[in-house]
Ligand binder design. Structure first.
Ligand code: CP3
Length: 355
C-alpha cells in the first residue's frame, strides 16, 4: 500500500503535532452534491449505490475533489449489519430506513444470525479496497459502524423513531431480551470493523446516534458497555500503524468522562457541548472531534468563518482536535459553504500549532 501523503487526521487522533487542524464532515458524501445525485441515479437507488464498489468509491471521492478534506469516509450505511441479519432493509421516499421484519420478541432475537463480515458483507469490504486503491495515499480512509444500541433502535422500532417507545419498553420490561440482542450486535460490529480494517480502513468511527435518548444508567448498561466491549475487540494496529477509534454519542455531552474512559482514542462532540469545557473536563487523555452546528453552513461566509474561529480558539493550542460538524451535513446545503468551512479551518488553525 502506498505511503500516506497527508496524515494530519491520524496524527491529531493520536495527539501528535500537526501543521494545522485536520477537518472532515460527517455525511460528506451525499445529496447536497449534484454529482452525488447523478451517481445515485445511475445506481438506481441508495442501497444499490452502497452495493456497487466502483460507484461507492466514486461518491466517496466526490467531496475530496471539491474540498481540501483531510480524510475520506467509506460510503455505506450503518444499517448494512441488520440487513445482513435478514431483516429486509428498504428506504421509503421521505420516510427514511425501514425493516420488513423488525425484531420484537425473545424468539426473534434467538433466531438472528451473527453475520460473517467477509462473506455476508463482502460488498462493503470490496468498496473499502477499491477506495483505498483510488485514494492512493492522498488522505486516510475512515471505516465505520453503528453502535449496538443505535442499530437496535432501528431493528426493534422497524425504522426511525421519535420516542423509541418499543425499544425502551424492551430495556425496562424485558432487559434480558435487549441484552441478548445487543450482545449479538456487539459481536457482529467487532467482526465488521475488523474486516474493514483488514480491507484497508485506517481509522474507525462508531456512530452512537441515539445513545443520548437514554438515562445515565441506561446509557451505561445498554450503550456504553457494548461500545467498550467492541473497542476491546478491535485490531489495534494494521500496516504498521495504529488504527484509532472515534466514538460519537450524539447528545452525550454529560457523559464525556465515561466515554473518554471507554478505551476510545477520540470522543466525537455534537454542538451542544462547548469544546473548551470538554477539553478541560477530559484533559488530553483522548482527542476531540467536532463540533460546529451543521446549520452554520446555511449562513454567509463571514458567519461560517467566525464560528470556525470561535471553536478553534476554544480548543486552544496543541494537537488533539479533529475539526468536524457536530452531526451530518444537511442535504440542502449550498456546495460552496463546505469550501468556506474547510479552508477556514486550515487557514485559521495554523496559529495554534507549532509543528
Ligand atoms: O459520512 C459519510 O459521508 C458516509 C456515509 C454515511 C451514510 N450514512 C450515507 C447515507 C454514513 C456514515 C451513514 C451513517 C448512518 N446511517 C447513521 C449514523 C450517522 C448519523 O447521522 O448519526 C444513521 C442513523 C443511518 C441510517 C440512515 N441511512 C438514515 C437515517 C438515512 C436517511 C434517510 C433519508 O431518506 O433521509 C440513511 C440513508 C443515507 N445514508 C443517505 C446517505 C448519503 C441518503 C440516501 C439517499 O441518497 O437518499
Amino acid at each position: 500500500m502506498s505511503e500516506l501523503k497527508n496524515d494530519r487526521f491520524l496524527r491529531a487522533l493520536q495527539r501528535l503535532p500537526v501543521d494545522c487542524t485536520p477537518v472532515w464532515m460527517m455525511r460528506q458524501a451525499g445529496r447536497y452534491l449534484p454529482e452525488y445525485r447523478e451517481t445515485r441515479a445511475r445506481a438506481g437507488d441508495f442501497l444499490s449505490l452502497c452495493k456497487n464498489a466502483d460507484l461507492a468509491c466514486e461518491v466517496t471521492l466526490q467531496p475530496l475533489e471539491r474540498y481540501a478534506l483531510d480524510a475520506a469516509i467509506l460510503f455505506s450505511d450503518i444499517l448494512t449489519i441488520p440487513d445482513a441479519m435478514g431483516l429486509g432493509l428498504y428506504f421509503e421516499q421521505g420516510e427514511g430506513p425501514r425493516f420488513r421484519k423488525p425484531v420484537r420478541t425473545a424468539a426473534d432475537v434467538a433466531a438472528l444470525p451473527v453475520p460473517k463480515a467477509d462473506a455476508d458483507l463482502d460488498y462493503v469490504m470490496s468498496a473499502v479496497r477499491t477506495i483505498r486503491q483510488a485514494l492512493n495515499g492522498r488522505v486516510p480512509l475512515i471505516g465505520f459502524s453503528g453502535s449496538p444500541w443505535t442499530l437496535a433502535t432501528y431493528m426493534v422500532e422497524g425504522g426511525s423513531s421519535k420516542d423509541f417507545r418499543t425499544i425502551k419498553r424492551m430495556i425496562f420490561a424485558e432487559p434480558d431480551v435487549a441484552h441478548a440482542l445487543l450482545d449479538k450486535l456487539a459481536l457482529a460490529v467487532i467482526d465488521y470493523l475488523n474486516a474493514q480494517i483488514r480491507a484497508g480502513a485506517q481509522a474507525v468511527q462508531i456512530f452512537d446516534t441515539w445513545g443520548g435518548v437514554l438515562s445515565t444508567a441506561a446509557y451505561e448498561a445498554f450503550s456504553l458497555a457494548y461500545m467498550r466491549k467492541i473497542i476491546g475487540g478491535l485490531i489495534p494496529e494494521h500496516e504498521g500503524r495504529k488504527v484509532p477509534v472515534i466514538l460519537f454519542t450524539k447528545n452525550g455531552g454529560q457523559w464525556l468522562e465515561m466515554i473518554a474512559d471507554s478505551g476510545t482514542d477520540a470522543v466525537g462532540l455534537d454542538w451542544t457541548t462547548d469544546i473548551d469545557k470538554a477539553r478541560s473536563r477530559i484533559g488530553d487523555r483522548v482527542a476531540l472531534q467536532g463540533n460546529m452546528d451543521p446549520a452554520t453552513l446555511y449562513a454567509p461566509a463571514s458567519r461560517i468563518r467566525a464560528e470556525v474561529s470561535d471553536i478553534l480558539q476554544r480548543f486552544g493550542s496543541g494537537s488533539g482536535h479533529v475539526f468536524n460538524l457536530g452531526h451530518g451535513i444537511g442535504q440542502d446545503v449550498d456546495p460552496e459553504a463546505p469550501r468556506i468551512f474547510v479552508d477556514a479551518v486550515h487557514e485559521l488553525s495554523a496559529q495554534y500549532h507549532t509543528a
